[in-house]
Ligand binder design. Structure first.
Ligand SMILES: [Zn+2]
Length: 345
């Protein structure tokens, strides 16, 4: 068996573990509901139990290290989980120290959005790009930036908190306390809230029928829009405009080779893409308008394979292949422009 990394993706609801190859292939996967209210010690116990299970089931595996990702804020260099809002009792937990002592292996830690960005860049929709911005749109909005072949960290690894850039002066208050955050107006939660306000229980609308007369979610809006529902289509149009405004800011700030959109709302990417593209073309300066905006390819394993690559690809910014593809794109032979569908395989 080839060289492997143990990978963990510590989420507020699910804890995932995997054995990952250098190619990004997942050899084995395990998961458990995170004991998010039980404190750091209990959850670290869960991580150790999942690791033991993977190692026992694959005794021949040559594991050379552990790559882990967790919600921010965290300090990747110091290896400290600072205090994610979704995990009770985690305050400045030295996760790298704890896991390396337990297993006697090198451990690397990254914020989950950054790890997913790395995953999509090395193995997914961003393969071959020199720079990319990964945006995850679901309950909130998170992101990671790969700039010139490296994750852009900033002070204490806290860069690219793109959900909290201000993009308007109005709307609902964000959980961070501000008004007008990208996340507060463009997340899946915000879309669901707009749909809920637009309709009423028992009004017979498709949105309320899909939600069983409960609160309407972003998933219901996408489903209704696919069925041709006019109200849902308008909601999608407005959502695409907000995303397009946020993405325009990201283009101007980071000048990526592409933007990769993941998260739950990327299930409706094909519906949103024309509106996103139209907004970018309207608002971005000329030089930024043709940057591809594409859906993520790796789904919920992006964080795992990205975290694994911290170990398996350590010290390697990109690959020869990546540089080659970059040349191709630059010469116009890559054919990457505008919004394209995910290309698998
Ligand atoms: Zn905010």
């Amino acid at each position: 068996m080839s060289t492997l990394a143990l990978a963990f993706d510590l989420g507020g609801t699910e804890l995932r573990g995997a054995l990952v190859e250098r190619s990004g292939d997942v050899v084995a996967r395990v998961s458990a509901p995170t004991m998010a209210g039980a404190g750091a010690e209990a959850v670290i116990g869960q991580i150790i139990a999942l690791a033991d299970r993977l190692l026992n089931e694959h005794p021949q595996a040559r594991v050379i290290g552990i790559g882990a990702c967790a919600p921010g804020p965290l300090d990747p260099k110091a290896g400290i989980v600072i205090g994610p809002p979704t995990l009770a009792g985690w305050h400045n937990v030295p996760l790298i120290d704890i896991l390396s002592r337990q297993f006697g292996l090198p451990v690397r830690l990254e914020n989950d959005a950054n790890a997913a960005a790395l995953g999509e860049w090395r193995f997914g929709a961003g393969r071959g790009a020199g720079s990319l911005v990964f945006v995850t749109v679901s309950t909130g909005i998170g992101g990671g930036v790969v700039a010139d072949g490296h994750i852009y960290h900033g002070r204490r690894g806290l860069a690219a908190e793109i959900g909290h850039m201000t993009i308007t002066g109005e709307g609902d208050r964000c959980f961070c306390g501000n008004v007008g955050c990208f996340e507060a107006v463009a997340s899946g939660t915000a879309l669901g809230r707009r749909a809920t306000r637009l309709t009423a229980p028992g009004d017979g609308s498709l949105l309320r029928r899909l939600s069983g007369d409960g609160d309407v979610s972003a998933r219901h809006v996408v489903e209704a829009a696919r069925a041709g529902d006019a109200a849902a289509r308008e909601l999608i149009e407005a959502e695409a405009r907000w995303l397009g405004i946020g993405f325009t800011n990201l283009l101007h700030l980071y000048s990526p080779d592409l933007i990769v959109m993941g998260g739950g709302l990327s299930n409706g990417f094909d519906l949103l893409a024309p509106g996103i593209r139209a907004t970018v073309e309207q608002r971005a300066m000329q030089a930024y308008r043709d940057v591809p905006i594409v859906p993520a390819e790796l789904g919920d394993r992006a964080g795992l394979v990205g975290a694994a690559s911290l170990i398996l690809w350590e010290g390697e910014p990109g690959t020869a292949l990546a540089m080659g593809q970059d040349e191709e794109t630059k010469n116009g032979a890559g054919g990457q422009s505008g919004v394209r569908e995910a290309s698998h395989g």
